[in-house]
Ligand binder design. Sequence first.
Ligand code: HEC
Ligand code: HEC
Ligand code: HEC
Ligand code: HEC
Ligand code: HEC
Length: 218
Amino acid sequence: MSTQTDNTSNTPSNDPSPKKGATGWVILAFFIIGFGFSLLSGWVGFPKLLYKEVPHPIDFNHALHMDLVYDGCDSCHYFRKDGSFSGSPTLDECRDCHGFVMGINENEEKFAEEYVLEDKEVPWNNYAKQPDCVYFSHAPHVKGAEMDCATCHGDIGESESLRPYQENRLTGYSRDIWGWNMSRLGEPEYAPRMKMMDCVNCHVEQTDSKGNCFQCHK
Ligand code: HEC
Ligand code: HEC
Ligand code: HEC
Ligand code: HEC
Ligand code: HEC
């Protein structure tokens, strides 16, 4: 049986051809490993270099407070009479309940001692902060188009703790502007991303605007 197959196949060229194939595979393997390695170092290593984690001044527990306040989210995030949005809460939204040290935990003691009793506003990190050249207003989105906060911010309103805040070392912007994962592989369920095209894509889809620059850049 074996002799028959040997005879029919081309015996002289039988020897070198598998060797050639083998070197081909080795080169291909090296290429794939090298390519994979450079992608990995780009995806995993580069963001580590580019972003630094900035600690929050104090932590804040949304879930806990939602059971305590009267007006839901509006108790702390509301629209003023002129239509502008209050944004991050000031001490005015906390003082009624936090005018003294409750002694619950270090976080609460720090908040009462260093901020409320000193009458010093908390320098909250703003995850979605846009560059100065961008004009954004909450009113047309939340009041006009009745969008949920979670559409753009995720479920922070139900969270028990503020998620990590990372800052781009070069631009000083929040990582939420670029997105947490450029490859978009293995992203968390809500992956915040507010690059220009994310705003524009929704505007093209949901509004009459054709991406007119002056809608967002004044
Ligand atoms: C309606 C009353 C009320 C208001 C308004 C309120 N809090 Fe509280 N807060 C509480 C109570 C009550 C607790 C303690 C709950 C417990 O027993 O664990 C608490 C706990 C805390 C804690 C410690 C809990 C933790 O998980 O670390 C922090 C920090 C805090 N509040 C910050 C704030 C800030 C900032 C504001 C304003 C934006 C605010 N609170 C507004 C009632 C309030
Ligand atoms: C007792 C006050 C209080 C209530 C009530 C409250 N928040 Fe907050 N919220 C805060 C504080 C304090 C922060 C931290 C400040 C910051 O990060 O801007 C915050 C931050 C946020 C942010 C992040 C903003 C950013 O920096 O990008 C969102 C989004 C938000 N809250 C949504 C909600 C929603 C939705 C609800 C209702 C389900 C709600 N909040 C109810 C106090 C409150
Ligand atoms: C269309 C997307 C979108 C929606 C919907 C939205 N936000 Fe925002 N939010 C943003 C952007 C963008 C910024 C940053 C604005 C800036 O830097 O000028 C922001 C900023 C904030 C801040 C920080 C503001 C500051 O000055 O510290 C808070 C707090 C906040 N949003 C809460 C909310 C709450 C609460 C809701 C729901 C009632 C909501 N947002 C709905 C996009 C959105
Ligand atoms: C998920 C959808 C969505 C996203 C994301 C979104 N927008 Fe909007 N935006 C809207 C809708 C809907 C309107 C209301 C349009 C109308 O009333 O005709 C609007 C209105 C506006 C307006 C007011 C336009 C006017 O002429 O009055 C501005 C400015 C604006 N958006 C800027 C932004 C910026 C900047 C971002 C990104 C940081 C953004 N938007 C993200 C849906 C979105
Ligand atoms: C729907 C809102 C929206 C529209 C329309 C829009 N932009 Fe933007 N633009 C943004 C946002 C948000 C950023 C900041 C985030 C980023 O850099 O992607 C930005 C950033 C930029 C930047 C970078 C500025 C910097 O400091 O990083 C340039 C340049 C720019 N836009 C030009 C334009 C031009 C030109 C047009 C019209 C063809 C346009 N944009 C239309 C929202 C918009």
